[in-house]
Design a binder for this molecule. Sequence first.
Ligand SMILES: Cc1ncc(COP(=O)(O)O)c(C=O)c1O
Length: 460
Amino acid sequence: MGSTSSEQQKNLLSKIATNHGHGEDSPYFDGWKAYDENPYHPTKNPDGVIQMGLAENQLCFDFIEDWIKRNPQASICTTEGIQEFKDTAIFQDYHGLPAFREAVAKFMGKVRGERVRFDPDRIVMGGGSTGANEMITFCLADPGDAFLIPSPYYPAFDRDLRWRTGVQLLPIICESSNDFKITKAALEMAYEKAQQANINVKGLMIINPSNPLGTILDKETLQTIVSFINQKNIHLICDEIYAATVFSQPKFISIAEIIEGDGSCNPNLIHIVYSLSKDMGFPGFRVGIIYSYNDEVVNCARKMSSFGLVSTQTQHLIASMLSDDEFIGKFIIENSNRLATRYKNIRRELDKVSIGCLKSNAGLFCWMDLRKLLKEPTLQEEMVLWGKIIKEVKLNFSPGSSFHCYEPGWFRVCFANMDDETMEIALKRLQKFVKRSKEKRCGSKEEILQKQSSAKHLIS
Ligand SMILES: Cc1ncc(COP(=O)(O)O)c(C=O)c1O
C-alpha cells in the first residue's frame, strides 16, 4: 500500500465498505475472537476458552451421518449418485430445484405439526437466513426507513438488516418484569416514538422462537402483533428459524397458523424467513428461504436471490433428505428430546449455585440471570463481569447488552454446540466462579457461620 494514509485509503472505498455497520467490534464478536485465539481442547488445550456464544445445533449428527451412509445416491460425489453430477454442476436456475422447494415446503409443514401447509411456489432461496433477511429488507424498505424490533434481539441483525440496506432498527423495549413479553403498549410506544422523530416505519420484525430468550410467542401475542401491523399498514417479518428447536410444551405456533384463521389480516403484509441452520444444524449449507404471502415480493425476491442462491449440490442432497418422511419424523422427535435433556441439565446445575434463567422451551441457549453478581446494576458492570468470565473462567457467553437488552446482568448461554463432557466442564467452571464471587461478597461458608455465631452471642 506504500505511503497511502488510511484516510486516503478510506476515500478510495465506498461508504458501506468503510463504515462500522458490520458490527464486528461488538462484545458478541469479541467473545468469538477470544475463543478463536485460545480454543478449549480436552487434551491439547484443557485450559482454553469454551465457546458458549455460538447458537449451533450439534446434537444429532450421529443420526444424520447414519442417514447419509444409508443414502449414498443423495450425494453426487458417490458411485451411486455420480449420474446426477453433470446436470448439477452445469446450470443453476434461480427458482431452485422443484424437488428442493417441495421438500422444504413439506418440512416446514411437518415442523409446524402439519397444522399448516406451505406452497412450494412461494419459496425463494437465500444464502442462509442471513441472506434471506437482508433480501426481504431490500424488498420492503428504502434507506432511512425503519423496522421495529422487540429487544433483546439477535445481535447480527444490526449487520443483516441495516448495514448494506441503510434501514434502521428501532427497539420495542421488553422487560424482565413480565418475562420480556411483547405488549401492545410497548408496540404503540415504539411506533409513536418513530412518528415523533419523523421516521418512516415500514415494518415489524419478530424472532419466534426468540433468540436470545428461547421463548415462544403465545397465540394472543401473535394476534396482537397481527392486528397492530394491519392497523398501521406495515409489514411483518417473522424469523422462524428456531421452529423445530421447541423441546417442551407449549407447542410452537407459526404466524402461518394465525393468519390462516384471521380473515381480517392482509396477507400481503406477512413474510416468513426460515433456514436449516438451527433446526437441522446445517449453517454451513447456507440454506435460507423467504416465504412471502405477497406475490410481488415473491417475484422481486426471486430476482434478487441471484446474489445468494443455495448451491444445486446442496439442494439436491437436502431435497432427498427432507423428503424421507420416516427419517424426518424421527429426527424432529430426537432433536427435541436431546435439546430438552441439555436444557434440563444446565438448569439443574445452575440451580445448585442459585443461578436462575428465564423459563423457556425452545432454542439452543438459555437466558441466564447474573444480576446478583453485578457490583452495580449498570451496563458497564455487566461488561466488567463478562470480561472476568472470559479471562478468568475461560467461558465465552454473550452479554445481554450485545442483544440490546436494556437491563444489565442477563447473558445468553448456548448449550447445543458441544459434547456432554465439554458441557460438564463448562458448568463446573461456572459453578466454581459463582461460588467464589458470592464468597468474595459475603465471605466463605465458614466465615458466614462464624459471623452468625458471634451475632448470636451478641444477642444472648
Ligand atoms: C434469529 C436468527 N436469524 C438468523 C440467523 C442467521 O442464520 P443463518 O445461518 O441461516 O444465516 C441466526 C443465527 O444465529 C439467528 O439466530
